[in-house]
Structures are given as structure tokens and as C-alpha cells.
Design a protein around this ligand. Structure first.
Ligand code: TRP
Ligand code: SF4
Length: 328
């Protein structure tokens, strides 16, 4: 048997996950868990880089994130699931990497410039925020990952990671492989208002939403914007409700709905109702598991402790090699 490739990825704890998070990242992780040796972690230190003023929820969000992972089928046996701030070696490696990272690499990072523009209400002129990609590089190379599953917005960070790894190897000898981005396919669904699904846009459907909430949210979804009346034929190809049908309704009804929409036989109200029912059905087992783990936080903490231990062993070993390479 050949050895599995190692991959590492993290998510910032932002509260309970919505379907955009699920289809944009988590679903992909779940499909990778058999093929790769996966290290997945909650990036709680990274959450601090922009939310340092309001830290009250970070602990609860961290556990909630792991609960969402477990509820959707990310296996604690197959993967190493852990919390970034529990592995202090990330911080040590981060510090050492800051010594060799030229600040212009960070200042010209497109994600950095974007975020500064977008999050105008926050003061992001901090050292920690500029250094975000250096911490991310430490997260990745500390496990000597060969691949990093990420969305397109994170690709510049993986590029910086590669440059930092290369620079370390050049200065102190070969310790780190250069990891590659493994791109997640682009969004399959949009938020209820057809913008990107996002907590801050209030257009999200959450994994743990109860049936009434789903019914209500779906009833407000924007459909094919060109379809004004029920008698107008619709175009499912540009309808976000239909995109949900494709993911959640059974194959036979998906083709019937497409055809009935095009021939104006079905109205959007009815169509949404059918979709909401499919969605409720699909999310029911996830919601049950969510409730189970929420009622048993000790099980979740135990899973995290086990993952932390596995991660720490690898991280400590790498740091040993790093200190030796630097001759500390
Ligand atoms: N920056 C990533 C995001 O916002 C989260 C993250 C932190 C990460 N460290 C990482 C992702 C290491 C991949 C690998 O989505
Ligand atoms: Fe969209 Fe359904 Fe309305 Fe067609 S009938 S436009 S698929 S909501």
C-alpha cells in the first residue's frame, strides 16, 4: 500500500455553518477523508486577526464548528481533527517564519488588500492581520502537508506558504515540502437573495435550522428574476431554487420540475415548497446529530483532545527539526 498524501486545512470559527460553508468546503473535506491523510483544524487564532475586539463567542463557536463537522460525516477516526490554539508549536513556528518573511510579500497579498477594503468598519492595521498568511503557512508546513484544500480566495495564501517554505529550505536546509492548493469547486448554490451565501448578508440557510425556519426562509428566496407571473415560463438554469432542487430533491422530481417550470405548469410558490421539503428531509439526520453532540459536549471535547494529541506529536517532531536546522 502506498502512503496517503497528507493534506491540511482549517476553518475560522464563525458560528454554526450554513449550506454555503458546507458545499464550499466541508463537503469537499468529507470526500477527501478516505483518500488522504487529513489534518483539519479550527483556526481560532486566525479568527482573532479580524475579531480581536469581540472574543466572547470564540470558545463556543470552536466547539460548534467541530459539532457541525461531526454531524455532517467528517470522521474523527479517519481524520485528525483539532484546534489551532491547542497546539502551541504553530505559534513558535509562526514566530520563526516571521523572521524570514519579507513584509512586501504580505503587503502585496491581494486577499489582504481586499479585506482591508471590505471590512471598513474594523481597524485591521494590526501586525497580526498583516501576518495572517505567515500563521497560515505555519499551520500548513508544520504538518509537512503536500496539499491544501481551499477555495479560490485562499490561493494567494498558499502561494505565500510555498514561498516561505522555499525560503526556509534555502536558508537552513530542506525541512519542508512545498504544498499545493487543491481547489474546491465553485459555489453550487447562492444565498436566498442570489448573492454569495454569507452570515453577514443574512441570506443563509444553516445546517441546524429547524423545519419552520427552512420553510420560511425558502419561501422568501428569489427565483428566476425574469419570471414575474405564474403564467410566464421560467428558466430553471438560472434559478437558485432549482440549484437547491438539483442538490436535494430526487432525480425524477428534478427533471419534472425543470420541465414544468419551462412550460409554466408549476408556480414558484409550489416549487419552493417541494424544495423546502426535500431540504428539511436531507438536513434532518444532520440536525439530529447536532442535537446529540450539543447535549454531550464531553464527547466532543474528548474527540478534540484525541485529535490535538495526534497533531501535537507531529508538530513537536517538526519543531525539533526546525530548531536543529536553525541551530537554536
Ligand atoms: N485562511 C483560511 C480561511 O479563511 C483558514 C485557514 C487558516 C487555513 N489556516 C489555514 C486554511 C491553513 C487552510 C490551511 O478560510
Ligand atoms: Fe425557479 Fe421553481 Fe420558479 Fe422555476 S418554478 S423559476 S425552478 S422556483
Amino acid at each position: 500500500m502506498t502512503e496517503k498524501k497528507r493534506i491540511v486545512s482549517g476553518m475560522r470559527p464563525t458560528g454554526t455553518l450554513h449550506l454555503g460553508n458546507f458545499h464550499g468546503a466541508l463537503e469537499n473535506w468529507i470526500t477527501m477523508q478516505d483518500e488522504y491523510d487529513c489534518f483539519f483544524f479550527v483556526a481560532d487564532w486566525h479568527a482573532l486577526t479580524s475579531d480581536y475586539e469581540d472574543t466572547g463567542n470564540i470558545g463556543a463557536y470552536t466547539r460548534q464548528m467541530v459539532i457541525d463537522w461531526l454531524s455532517t460525516g467528517l470522521s474523527p477516526e479517519k481524520n485528525t481533527l483539532f484546534v489551532q490554539s491547542h497546539i502551541k508549536e504553530h505559534a513558535e513556528l509562526f514566530l520563526l517564519l516571521t523572521m524570514i518573511t519579507p513584509t512586501p510579500w504580505l503587503e502585496r497579498n491581494p486577499t489582504y488588500k481586499d479585506q482591508i477594503d471590505q471590512l471598513k468598519n474594523k481597524d485591521l492595521s494590526t501586525f497580526g492581520f498583516l501576518g495572517y498568511p505567515v500563521l497560515q503557512a505555519a499551520d500548513i508546513i508544520i504538518y509537512k502537508a503536500q496539499g491544501v484544500p481551499v477555495g479560490i480566495d485562499q490561493v494567494p495564501h498558499i502561494e505565500i506558504t510555498r514561498e516561505i517554505a522555499r525560503r526556509f529550505n534555502y536558508l537552513y536546509g530542506n525541512v519542508f515540502p512545498e504544498p499545493e492548493s487543491i481547489l474546491t469547486k465553485t459555489a453550487k448554490i447562492l444565498g436566498t437573495d442570489r448573492r454569495k451565501m454569507s452570515k453577514s448578508y443574512h441570506n443563509a440557510i444553516y445546517l441546524s435550522d429547524p423545519p419552520e425556519t427552512i420553510m420560511e426562509t425558502v419561501s422568501k428566496m428569489i427565483t428566476d428574476p425574469q419570471r414575474a407571473r405564474k403564467t410566464d415560463p421560467g428558466n430553471p438554469d438560472i434559478c437558485n431554487v432549482f440549484a437547491f432542487h438539483s442538490l436535494y430533491s430526487d432525480q425524477a422530481s428534478v427533471s419534472t420540475i425543470a420541465e414544468e417550470c419551462r412550460s409554466a405548469k408549476i408556480g414558484c410558490v409550489e416549487c419552493k415548497k417541494i424544495m423546502a421539503e426535500s431540504l428539511i428531509k436531507a438536513l434532518a439526520p444532520i440536525r439530529d446529530k447536532n442535537q446529540y453532540f450539543t447535549a454531550h459536549p464531553e464527547i466532543v471535547d474528548e474527540i478534540i483532545a484525541t485529535g490535538d494529541k495526534k497533531a501535537r506529536t507531529v508538530a513537536e517532531n517538526t519543531l525539533g527539526q526546525v530548531r536543529e536546522a536553525i541551530k537554536l
